[in-house]
Design a binder for this molecule. Sequence first.
Ligand SMILES: Nc1ncnc2c1ncn2[C@@H]1O[C@H](COP(=O)(O)OP(=O)(O)OP(=O)(O)O)[C@@H](O)[C@H]1O
Length: 767
Amino acid sequence: MEQDHLDKVYRRLEENIHEAEFLMRDAAKLGQVGTPGALAERDAQVFRAGVHLNRLNNEFEDFLFGRIDLLLGKDGKKGPDGAFTSIETADDAVAPNNTAQIAETLHIGRIGVLEADYTPLVIDWRAPAAAPFYRSTPVDPGRVVRRRVIRSKGRRVLGVEDDLMRPELTATLDGAPLPAIGDGALMAALGQARSHTMRDIVSSIQAEQDLVIRAPAASVTHVEGGPGTGKTAVALHRAAYLLYQDRRRYAGGILIVSPTPLLVAYTEGVLPSLGEEGQVAIRAVGNLVDGAEATVYDTPEIARLKGSARMLKVLRKAARGALERSGPTVSVRNGQLTLDEEPASGTPNRLRVVAFGRRLELEAGDLDRIRQSVLSGTAPVNLLRPRARRLLLDALWSKSGAAGRHADPELAAELRSSFDEDITTEDDFIRFLDAWWPELTPRGLLVAMADERRLGRWARRIFTPGEVRRLARSLRRAGADGKGPLSVHDVAILDELQLLLGTPHRPRKKRELDPLDQLTGLEELMPQREETQRERAERLAAERTEYAHVIVDEAQDLTPMQWRMVGRRGRHATWTVVGDPAQSSWPDPEEAVEAREEALGSRPRRRFQLTVNYRNPAEIAELAARVLARAMPGMESPTAVRSTGVVPRFTAVGDAAIGSVVREETQRLLARVDGTVGVVVAMNRREEAAGWLTGLGERAVALGSLEAKGLEYDATVVVSPAEIAGNTAAGLRVLYVCLTRATQELTVISGRRDEPDAQGVPELLRG
Ligand SMILES: Nc1ncnc2c1ncn2[C@@H]1O[C@H](COP(=O)(O)OP(=O)(O)OP(=O)(O)O)[C@@H](O)[C@H]1O
């Protein structure tokens, strides 16, 4: 029965494809005509046909996945997709003896398909008419009597899973009774083996998730929920929904910020599978600044300094202070007060030029005064250079004695301007200015901050001397040229510095002049042309500085500095923020919340809570809940939706080599599950752990505790909870993340530090 419908859909799709190909060919012919009008027409057609073909080819897999059978609605109006719009059931739809006739059957798929006569063959999953497919529940069924999930591969229907929303009814469709088949689609989807990429959940989105996906885009949508409640899945489906809803608005781009490149890679395929590409950028938080890619991890202690709101204060001082000629600094060495002269560091302290045939000179004192006066302004230092140049010229002018030479203001002005020209074209002056007021780059300043003494001055009363020492040491990793490896937190610092230092205005390259325009002088006559909307959209996409909607996944982990960086990319955006405070690896959650509120501004908030854990079986969720109780007493765990009967295993290593125990356990699990096995270790063991798994194949993966964020595996091996937690509250929350990654089986391996009991259960996991 569903096969018949699918056949019909494919026939119609093929007709559509032919039409699209015809359009493409026809468009190419028009192109040969070569007149501007024909060209514009061709562009438009090629664009439309290209989009069409692309989508059809993409959508052919698993194209049709749902069906709803509905009762008669209250009114008989149809929407643009050909479906009845009423969500309320007609008063006489159900007879007193609880029998009813199905008045409308809708098939739901990845994109909408209409018959040639505009009858809907498939409704787009994002269309309003498809909402009851996701929203209807037995408690609140609306018009839905039966909800069916159709599994298909290519052109073949493999099976169906039905849920009856009104089991009390005896419903008929075209005179025949309406059967119910299968155990429901959700359980079928959850039991499937996991691969290295996330699948879409379009055929089994649950009602509480659907509310979030379709929430209006305005302002800020806040979503909280425990591990496995579908936050990431919901965020991705929401991006596709928003594009469907208002494609024009979101042409400005949707940014999805993900915590790690691993999670980006894991989720990247979901949007294309939903037919959406291009408009959505999924980027790791360490990858938001072009040309700066985070490749290394900071220790939690350094991360805490670099990500904190205190860091911002230091950066502000550094950005101002980098050009300040510091006087002697006082420091304590071996208990003695010492005066240190700052090393000259190439900054010239005298300016000598020749103007109007006279030697003019500005001494260190003059230069310092000018510098201080310029720096007292508030603009970023790189933008203050023209002012510094002007004040230098003023000072030289007054030394030249030429000021009083002409009483006539016009002559005086002329003299002054030739004086200025004389000097500013002199090589010595240009060289001096470049050295005395150089253009500062974020990388350059990062290198300057790696100097402990300088950093100490900028961080005085903000960081302790010990913190300064450790921070400077960590910044030295970037190397003397600033080209060394960066951490996620360095990237947020660079982004902030870019803003603080400012990007000097560079004269725009002149538009290539059309020779014809030059001949007729048209170029000069033409008024400055306004940017068209399309040009603006293209420019913004290329510059990628601002987005129309920003989705932050794992939002609990953003540091204050990262919130500032992400906030700058969505100053005029609407937002979706998803996260779970219980999974935060950031030690100062309150500080981060403050920064988040600042980034989101005064926009109204709409809050949603997801409550059902679709990932972990109850047996694993119960174990994780013990850690949650320690990490955040009173915080509720989400309810696991299924149980497998397989309890977590515990192994204490004792005197055996931990590597071989982990390897053996991984092999055992590989034989038990069809999909992936993740081995999660403390961050400092990442490389070692990869070695333990050599030769076990692609299904087994080793990863550090912070890298496990958002990922999932059929089975996981968690190695040494005590090492992962490291005695801190944030560490316990990281452990909670690690314990909630498995969809089927979990093994916990303990070393001595874990103080395992006789059953091998480590102290941290005892109830
Ligand atoms: N409605 C659904 N139907 C089928 N599978 C679902 C559904 N909702 C969630 N899942 C599955 O549950 C798993 C967890 O989803 P997801 O990773 O989005 O959760 P999360 O809330 O982001 O978890 P975490 O906070 O632990 O990262 C995924 O495999 C996802 O496909």
